[in-house]
Design a protein around this ligand. Sequence first.
Ligand code: FES
Length: 148
Amino acid sequence: MPVYSEKVMDHFQHPRNVGEITDADGIGELGNPTCGDIMKIYIKVKDNKIEDVKFKTFGCGAAVATSSMVTELVKGKTLEEAEKISNAAVAEALDGLPPVKMHCSNLAADALHLAIEDYKSVKAGKGHIAKVETCDHEHEGLDELEHA
Ligand code: FES
């Protein structure tokens, strides 16, 4: 069984910002091609800052912990700052993840970036971006899901 840091266990057992924002300004939804789990992140934007953020995931404990950490890291940040937060930075903020669980951490920051993209697309009058994508990390034999 993988060994988790105390921070991972804390965020897994007491996840922050779980839920849905019904009038979200941007939504990012992402499937993890390695395990098939799904992550959804909702953001509320005001004055170019992430005023509120919530997540829902069908992922495992590591996915819950990374999402919880991402929401804490980006709340109150500008969109530009939030865009710079990488999957690796999130794993680092959690004091690391077992190698076998690193793929789970790809979901959270990527879904957040998609939510920002979605917000920008709507703001530019181009409507919502495709709802579900698979993350763009290298995984063999999986094609991107196509959704209208
Ligand atoms: Fe699917 Fe962790 S096993 S997100």
